[in-house]
Design a protein around this ligand. Structure first.
Ligand code: NAD
Length: 514
């Protein structure tokens, strides 16, 4: 469907490469920037397009457009806003293959996984369609005689989203649909490595009837991020990405009086109890450690084998060997490339650090040979055992297809290991014992817990509740908390007295309403 894609790109006059446009005030426009970044296909490192670093003037134009559109959009009836997102969810469904193709091209993940990426974002859009219930306020009649109190939820103004590279559809869709359906206008800065999917999503939103200026898109890196943190018209920032960026954005945005929600890095542990269903557990561990080449913030990158379950490790290694490493658009591919040569070099050096610090390398995915894709950023499934908490490969988020294995004598030891890790994004326990599962869910200090569920990313009627080092802010993404993040409350207390109850004189004491 070319017409749908054509709008978002032009050919660069010199190199003829597709050049990502900006989306400003309802128009897909060419940037005047003199600074451009290459977008390589991670499976080949061939440059497939270029993305501009938006100029100051372009960024100002984008935020001004959001500011202008806010007045009418926030006053648009909630039913009209709901209609836009009802049409939008259908358009996303109709174009899911096209969106997935763009994700695989720019990000590298397999096509099936890319469809999952879109689908999980689509679920958030579908949830946004319930806004007529989600945005209800509260009322309490007869606070005192003839007096009632009620609250409205109202939008807060221009909001902004800053997204990472690893979920080019899902994460932007955590951001602008919820922000906009509440009546805010939205400035999006997608990851400069994977801007294509956000552009397609913007085109579909325009087709769904979102008025000009309600969504604007700028491209860039640090300068764009700092612009968002500093511009006084922007009232709230949603960020997802790494800790250095997230901590910076949280601090700079909050200092400027903005609301900030910042979802960051992770080190997710899977605890394997000896009573677990062995077959399921091994399959789930392999999928959750190596799926998306480990580039998921909820990847299960660390396994703790408790007691006798350690005997299952050889089988885990065998199962992991069966995964097919290949370009994401190749049939049967299980594990695609990493995002960049730098990411590959970093992952390989973390593997080496584990070996140097005394871990056993049970499966080594370095130097994996992918026929026809020799220049891609591939690392095959890698397993390190005998890992200790002091090792670099345990302390750092690897963000690659590497599973590190630790052992614990009992559940208490496993829990204390996890609670001593600074991250709190996700964890899973594999067990058939309800009491064990309950103890674990009760005592482990991690925001999202799976019981026999390896990647417990909550559906959008709940919220994404990573905690501790994985999150800054106090109101999470999507679900009730997402609505809370993007709205402010106005509370009205009104009294309608019957004429015969008129006050006889001024009341100068603090009204107690009693
Ligand atoms: P990243 O932090 O490099 O980039 C995210 C965004 O921040 C991009 O838009 C980028 O342009 C910008 N950015 C990067 N460095 C910056 C800096 N120093 N200052 C200001 N802005 C900066 O993250 P990434 O590599 O794209 O994504 C991977 C990371 O995201 C991993 O750590 C992963 O765990 C995390 N992540 C977390 C979640 C979650 O929900 N907790 C979800 C997905 C990814």
């Amino acid at each position: 469907n070319n017409s749908f894609k054509k709008k978002c790109w032009t050919k660069h006059p010199k190199c003829r490469l597709p050049t990502t446009k900006l989306f400003i005030d309802g128009k897909f426009v060419d940037s005047n920037s003199s600074e451009w970044l290459d977008i390589p296909n991670p499976a080949t490192n061939e440059v497939i397009g270029r993305v501009p670093i938006a100029t100051q003037g372009e960024m100002l134009a984008a935020v001004d457009s959001c500011s202008r559109a806010f007045h009418s959009w926030s006053e648009t009836s909630i039913l009209s806003r709901q209609q836009v997102f009802l049409r939008y969810q259908q358009l996303i469904k109709d174009n899911i293959k096209e969106l997935a193709k763009m994700i695989t091209l720019e990000q590298g993940k397999t096509l099936a996984d890319a469809e999952g990426d879109v689908f999980r974002g689509l679920q958030v859009v579908e949830h946004a369609c319930s806004i007529t219930s989600l945005m209800l306020g509260e009322t309490l009649p007869s606070i005192t005689r003839d007096m009632d109190t009620y609250t409205y939820r109202l939008p807060i103004g221009v909001c902004a989203g800053i997204a990472p590279f690893n979920f080019p559809a899902m994460i932007p869709l955590w951001m602008f649909p919820i922000g906009m359906v509440c009546g805010n206008t939205y400035l999006m800065k997608p990851s400069e490595r994977v801007p294509g999917c956000t552009m397609l999503l913007a085109k579909l939103l325009q087709d769904a009837g979102a008025p000009d200026g309600t969504l604007n898109i700028i491209h860039g890196q640090h300068a764009a991020v700092n612009f968002i943190c500093d511009h006084p018209a922007i009232k709230a920032i949603s960020f997802v990405g790494s800790n250095p960026a997230g901590e910076h954005i949280y601090e700079r945005g909050s200092k400027n009086g903005k609301r900030v929600q910042s979802n960051m890095g992770a080190k997710n542990h899977g605890v394997v109890m000896p009573d677990a269903n062995k077959e399921n557990t091994i399959n789930q561990l392999v999928g959750a450690a190596f799926g998306a080449a480990g580039q998921r913030c909820m990847a299960l990158s660390t396994a703790i084998f408790v007691g006798e379950s350690r005997q299952w490790v050889p089988e885990l290694v065998e199962r992991s060997k069966s995964l097919r490493v290949n370009a994401g658009d190749q049939p049967g591919a299980d594990v695609g490339p990493l995002i960049s040569p730098q990411a590959k070099a970093r992952v390989e050096s973390l593997i080496q650090s584990g070996v140097d610090e005394g871990a056993n390398i049970l499966l080594d995915g370095r130097n994996v040979n992918v026929k026809g894709y020799e220049s891609g950023n591939f690392v095959g499934p890698t397993i390190l055992s005998g890992v200790k908490p002091s090792m670099k490969c345990y302390k750092e988020e690897i963000f690659g297809p590497v599973l590190v294995i630790l052992e614990a004598e009992n559940l208490d030891e496993a829990i204390s290991l996890i609670n001593n890790n600074p991250y709190g994004n996700g964890t899973a326990i594999f067990t058939t014992n309800g009491a064990t599962a309950r103890k674990y869910t009760h005592e482990v200090d991690v925001g999202q817990i799976g019981v026999n569920v390896p990647i417990p990313v909550p559906l959008p009627m709940f919220s994404f509740t990573g905690s501790r080092g994985s999150f800054r802010g106090d109101t999470n993404f999507y679900g009730k908390q997402g609505i809370q993040f993007y709205t402010q409350i106005k509370t009205v207390t009104s009294q309608w007295k019957a004429e015969d109850a008129t006050l006889s004189g001024p009341a100068v004491t603090m009204p107690t309403m009693g």
